[in-house]
Ligand binder design. Structure first.
Ligand code: NAG
Ligand code: ZN
Length: 315
């Protein structure tokens, strides 16, 4: 058995060349095919589960739920005392938050405390969101990760299907800078390489990063997973309808200045750090009370379109 163990670890090393330096055994396809998303289930079995994230939020199949009303945001509207660190994890850029920020309401079963937020993005002028809306990609997506208030340890929370609540927002390119992102974008220069970590120049109102308050009751809800290994199926997902505007120069600060690689190693730009969409399987997507439903949901319209197609097939 010791031989088998040694043989297995040798085999793993052969399968996963050069990933130790980035602090993990998984990566994105832009880094190395052998540890890319298609292979994650080999490293972490839950990544092959049936309730995985991200997904395409297809509004044609979503069901309206009037219980999905407004969120109660606590601590989102003040700049807290203390410091927030910005970190390059080798997989994403993450901002670690202090205590006192939470969400509840909006159909959540409890209050959820904010832990951190991080970004997924693409290549220059490319798409890099994890979720899609009606099959459309966006250039970037931010995830604000919250943990059920009854937990203090995320390792325990990820064993509960309701353990985490993640808020996902898309970005869209606008003509003008979004100055609310200046503190983070300035901070990127200090975390250009994996392992980099620094306190941001200041904290700020977390809601300043988001679309305006009247848009925050327009969202889609489903049960899914972490989008990185171990892919625990422990997340109540909220994907917001309205994207956050950011200029292309600001977007390119993420795309062009951050690296997967550690300082002093061969430089590999952090690009396309998103997981491809996963099958919905038997899950349902719910639209909040205020969210838009796709115009093509009309059954009358679909049968009008479908009927001639069926007729052609029968001929
Ligand atoms: C990005 O996604 C949009 C919408 O899905 C698509 O029209 C566009 O071609 C994509 N851009 C690139 C560079 O792939
Ligand atoms: Zn994420």
């Amino acid at each position: 058995m010791p031989f088998l163990g040694a043989a297995l670890s040798f085999l793993m090393m052969m399968l996963l060349p050069g990933t130790e330096a980035s602090g993990g055994t998984w990566c994105y396809a832009t880094q190395d095919a052998t540890c890319a998303p298609a292979r994650w289930k080999v490293l972490a079995p839950q990544c092959g589960g049936v309730n995985q994230s991200p997904i395409n939020v297809d509004r044609k199949t979503a069901r309206r739920s009037n219980e999905l009303d407004a969120f109660v945001f606590k601590g989102y509207n003040t700049a807290p005392a203390g410091a927030w660190s910005i970190v390059n994890s080798g997989h994403a850029v993450q901002v670690n938050l202090g205590s006192g920020i939470s969400v509840s309401g909006a159909g959540l079963p409890a209050e959820y405390n904010a832990l951190q937020f991080h970004f997924h993005w693409g290549k220059p002028d490319g798409n890099g969101s994890e979720h899609q809306l009606d099959g459309n990609w966006y250039p970037m997506e931010v995830h604000i990760v919250h943990m059920h208030s009854k937990y203090t340890d995320i390792k325990v929370a990820v064993t509960d299907p309701n353990g985490l609540a993640v808020l996902g927002f898309f970005f869209k390119v606008s003509d003008t800078d979004n100055s609310n992102y200046n503190t983070i974008i300035d901070g990127l220069q200090s975390v250009r390489y994996s392992g980099g970590s620094v306190d941001l120049a200041s904290t700020f109102r977390l809601d300043s990063l988001l679309p305006s308050e009247n848009l925050l009751s327009r969202y889609y809800r489903y049960w899914g997973s972490l989008t990185t290994p171990g892919c625990a199926e422990a997340v109540i997902w909220t994907v917001f309808e309205d994207p956050i505007p950011i200029s292309s120069a600001q977007l390119n600060a993420f795309v062009n200045s951050v690296h997967f690689s550690a300082s002093g190693k061969t430089e590999v730009k952090m690009q396309d750090n998103y997981r491809p969409v996963q099958a919905l399987n038997s899950r349902r997507i719910y639209a909040s009370k205020q969210a838009s439903m796709s115009s093509s949901t009309s059954p009358a319209l679909s049968s009008v379109l479908l009927f001639p197609l069926l007729a052609i097939r029968l001929l």
